[in-house]
Design a protein around this ligand. Structure first.
Ligand code: PRX
Length: 635
C-alpha cells in the first residue's frame, strides 16, 4: 500500500522525504492505487518553470466524475454524498446519496449536451449555494466542458468581464438566492451582464426563490423540467490528464482578474490526497467547509476532494448570522460535524458575539478545525481553539491559493503539533523556499523573506486563460526557476512556517521591513478592538509610516479614543517594538472587504495616500458604502 493516509509524525517525515527525493515514484504510487484510470500515463512529470510548463500524468485518460461518483456506487450507493443545509433552518436538510448524485449529474450533463455544449466549451456557473451548484460543476466535468464558476455575489459588471474573458457559451444560474433574511435577484444580475456578452447562447435557470423573473424567449430555460425529462445515464467523456477541468478567476495586483486554469488528473489526485490527510477524514465522518463553491476552497474542499474520497460533504446555503449568531454551532450539533473548515474572518465575527452562545450547543462531534484564506491572528486562534475545539480538536491553519489548487502548508491533525498563527510544515510533496529580495534562497531555520515553491506539485495552475505571458510574469519571473507565491513567510527555529501576509503589504519604515499581519495581531489583542488593517503612507523622514484603520467591538466601552490610541501603540511597542507604532489611527465602523471576506488594503492604502480619485472598481466589494464613509472621516 502506498502512503495514502499519514497517521503519525514519524510517518509524515518519512513520506515527506520520499516525496521530495523521488516525487515521480511517490505520486505514481498514489495515483495508481487510489484512482480509476481509463488508461495509465506514459510519463509522470514533465516540467520547466522557465517556460513555464508543467504536465502531470501525461498520456493518461480518465474522467474526474467517474472517480468522484461512479466508482463509489458499488460500495456507497446509499451513503450521503452531499448534505444540503438550507438557509432557513425550518426547511429540512436534503441528503443526496451517491446514487442520487450520479443520476442528477448525468441528467444535468445530458441537458448540457442537448444545448450544444461539448468537450472544451466554457460554461459560466453563477449559482447560489444550492445542490444544483455542485451538480453543475460535476455535469460539466462529466462531458468535458470547462466550468468557470463566478461567485454569486459578484456584480453584473464583474460577471460580464469573466464571461467574456473565457468566451462562455452558456450561463447556469438561479432565479434568486437566499442569504439570511434577504433574497437576491440573481437572474436580474445575469440579464444585465448578458447585455454585454454576445457569445452566450443559453441560460439555464434553477428555481429556488420562486421570484417573479423575466425569461428571454429562445435564450432562457427553466432547469428543473429539462432535468426531469433527461436520461439518468450519461457516458463520461474520456479526458486527457492535462485537459482543462475548470477556470477560476482570482484578482491580481492589476485590475483585470486572472482566469487560473486547472487541469484534470493532477488536480484530482492532489485535492483528494490532501483532503484525506489534512482533515484526517475517516469513513462515516461528516465534513463541513463553510466556504462558497464560488472560491477555490469550495471547488477543492467541498466538491472534488471530498467526493473523490467518497466522503459526506455539507453544503450550507446561508450565513453565520441567520437566524442568529449560533447558526454554525447549530449546524455542527444537528449534523454531528466531525471536520469544520472556515475562515479567520468568520471566527472573528463570531467571537465578537461572545463565547457564551456556544454553551447552548453540543459540539462534541468535532475532531478537526480548519482555518484558511488569511493569516489567523493569535487572539482568533485561541478563541477558536478554546471555545469551539475546547482544546481537544487540533486547528489546521492551512495555507494555499487559488493558483495552488490544494493545501500547501498545514499541520496534519493529530500528527503535527500545532502552534498558534503558524501553518507549520509543508504538505507531502511541497518544497517551499524562503527567498531574499536579491533572489537568493535563505537556507536554514530562523529566516524570513518571500515564499516560493521550488518544485511542481500535481495541482499547480497551468496557465492564465488566454494570457500565458501574464502567468509567466506574475509567478515565474521574480525568482529564477521558482513559483513565487506573492506571500511573505518566516521559518522558525524548528522549521515551522508562518505566513506573514502578502509581500505587497510589507511596509518599509525607516529602512525596517514591517509585516502588516504581526502589527494587526498585536492590535487585535486589545479587548476593545474587533479588527484592524494597516497600510503605509508617505512620510517625510521615515519614507513610509503606518496608518491604522480600526474597528471596535460592539460593547460600547472605550469611548475615549485618545486613551485607546495610546494603548494600541503601547501594545505594538510591547509586541514588536517602537518602530512599528502607528502614526495615524482612524476608527471606523467597518473595513472594505471582498466577497470572500478579505480586507481590501489596496483601497485603504490609496485613501491613506490621498489617492481618492484612483480607487479602482469598488463595486465588487461586500460593503462598497463603507469606502465613502472612511474617506469622509479621513485624518
Ligand atoms: O496571502 C495568502 C492568503 O490568501 C492568499 C490566497 O488567496 P486565494 O487565492 O483567494 O485563496 C484563498 C483560499 C485558499 C494567499 O496568497 N492565505 C490563504 N490561506 C492562508 C493565507 N494566509 C495566511 N495563512 C493562511 N492559512
Amino acid at each position: 500500500m502506498s502512503n495514502y493516509h499519514i497517521k503519525h509524525l514519524e510517518e509524515y517525515f518519512k513520506v515527506y522525504r520520499k516525496s521530495i527525493r523521488e516525487p515521480e515514484v511517490f505520486w505514481e504510487e498514489i495515483a495508481e492505487e487510489h484512482f480509476l484510470w481509463r488508461k495509465k500515463w506514459d510519463k509522470v512529470l514533465d516540467w520547466d518553470f522557465s517556460k513555464p510548463e508543467v504536465k502531470w500524468f501525461q498520456g493518461a485518460k480518465l474522467n474526474v466524475t467517474e472517480n468522484c461518483i461512479d466508482r463509489h456506487l458499488s460500495t456507497k450507493a446509499d451513503k450521503t454524498a452531499i448534505l444540503f443545509e438550507p438557509n432557513n433552518p425550518d426547511e429540512p436538510a436534503e441528503h443526496i446519496s451517491y446514487k442520487q448524485l450520479s443520476e442528477r449529474v448525468n441528467q444535468f450533463a445530458n441537458v448540457l449536451k442537448e444545448h450544444g455544449i461539448k468537450k472544451g466549451d466554457r460554461v459560466c456557473i453563477y449559482v447560489p449555494m444550492i445542490p444544483e451548484l455542485a451538480i453543475s460543476l460535476l455535469a460539466c466535468a462529466r462531458i468535458g466542458a470547462i466550468h468557470s464558476v463566478v461567485f454569486a455575489g459578484f456584480s453584473s459588471t464583474a460577471l460580464a468581464t469573466r464571461i467574456n474573458d473565457s468566451d462562455c457559451k452558456m450561463v447556469i444560474t438561479a432565479d434568486g438566492s437566499f442569504r439570511g433574511k434577504k433574497s437576491i435577484d440573481l437572474k436580474g444580475i445575469v440579464d444585465e451582464a448578458l447585455e454585454s456578452c454576445p457569445g452566450v447562447e443559453n441560460v439555464l435557470v434553477a428555481k429556488r426563490t420562486k421570484a417573479d423573473i423575466q425569461m428571454k424567449e429562445g435564450r432562457d430555460k427553466w432547469l428543473q423540467p429539462l432535468l426531469g425529462n433527461a436520461s439518468k445515464e450519461c457516458n463520461p467523456e474520456i479526458m486527457d490528464a492535462e485537459d482543462p477541468l475548470f477556470i477560476l478567476y482570482t484578482s491580481g495586483s492589476t485590475g483585470k482578474p486572472k482566469g487560473m486554469v486547472h487541469t484534470t488528473a493532477g488536480y484530482m489526485v492532489y485535492t483528494a490526497y490532501t483532503f484525506k490527510n489534512a482533515f484526517q477524514y475517516r469513513e462515516n465522518d461528516v465534513y463541513w467547509c463553510t466556504a462558497d463553491i464560488g472560491w477555490i476552497t469550495g471547488h477543492s474542499y467541498i466538491v472534488y476532494g471530498p467526493l473523490a474520497n467518497g466522503a459526506t460533504t455539507v453544503l450550507f446555503e446561508g450565513v453565520p448570522s441567520y437566524p442568529d449568531f449560533g447558526r454554525f454551532w447549530d449546524i455542527i450539533q444537528k449534523h454531528k460535524i466531525n471536520q469544520f473548515y472556515t475562515a479567520p474572518t468568520a471566527i472573528r465575527a463570531l467571537a465578537k458575539h461572545g463565547a457564551e452562545l456556544l454553551d447552548n450547543y453540543d459540539l462534541t462531534s468535532l475532531k478537526v478545525l480548519g482555518s484558511v484564506g488569511e493569516p489567523i491572528n493569535e487572539e482568533a486562534w485561541h478563541w477558536y481553539n478554546d471555545n469551539v475545539g475546547k482544546g481537544k480538536s487540533p486547528i489546521i491553519d492551512s495555507w494555499w491559493q487559488t493558483e495552488t489548487g490544494g493545501i500547501m502548508i498545514t499541520p496534519i491533525p493529530y500528527v503535527t503539533p500545532t502552534k498558534p498563527t503558524y501553518a507549520t510544515l509543508p504538505f507531502i510533496g511541497i518544497q517551499p523556499a524562503i527567498m531574499d529580495e536579491n533572489g537568493g534562497e535563505l537556507k536554514g531555520n530562523q529566516v524570513e523573506g518571500r515564499l516560493c515553491i521550488k518544485f511542481p506539485w500535481p495541482s499547480i495552475a497551468r496557465t492564465i486563460w488566454g494570457n500565458h505571458q501574464r502567468y509567466k510574469e506574475t509567478y515565474f519571473s521574480t525568482y529564477k526557476d521558482m513559483y513565487f507565491t506573492g506571500d511573505g513567510a518566516l521559518r522558525d527555529e524548528v522549521g515551522y512556517y508562518r505566513i506573514t501576509g502578502r509581500v505587497d503589504d510589507v511596509i518599509i519604515v525607516s529602512g525596517h521591513n514591517l509585516g502588516t499581519a504581526p502589527i494587526e495581531d498585536a492590535i487585535n489583542e486589545h479587548p476593545a478592538i474587533a479588527e484592524s488593517a494597516i497600510v503605509g503612507f508617505p512620510h517625510d523622514i521615515k519614507g513610509s509610516a503606518l496608518y491604522g484603520y480600526i474597528t471596535l467591538k460592539d460593547s460600547g466601552e472605550y469611548r475615549n479614543h485618545d486613551n485607546l490610541e495610546k494603548e494600541i501603540n503601547q501594545l505594538i511597542t510591547d509586541r514588536i517594538g517602537p518602530i512599528a507604532k502607528l502614526d495615524k489611527i482612524q476608527f471606523t465602523e467597518g473595513l472594505p472587504k471582498t466577497r470572500s471576506g478579505k480586507i481590501m488594503r489596496r483601497i485603504l492604502r490609496k485613501i491613506a495616500c490621498n489617492e481618492m480619485d484612483n480607487l479602482g472598481d469598488t463595486s465588487t466589494l461586500l460593503n462598497p458604502e463603507i469606502v465613502q464613509r472612511i474617506i469622509d472621516h479621513k485624518l
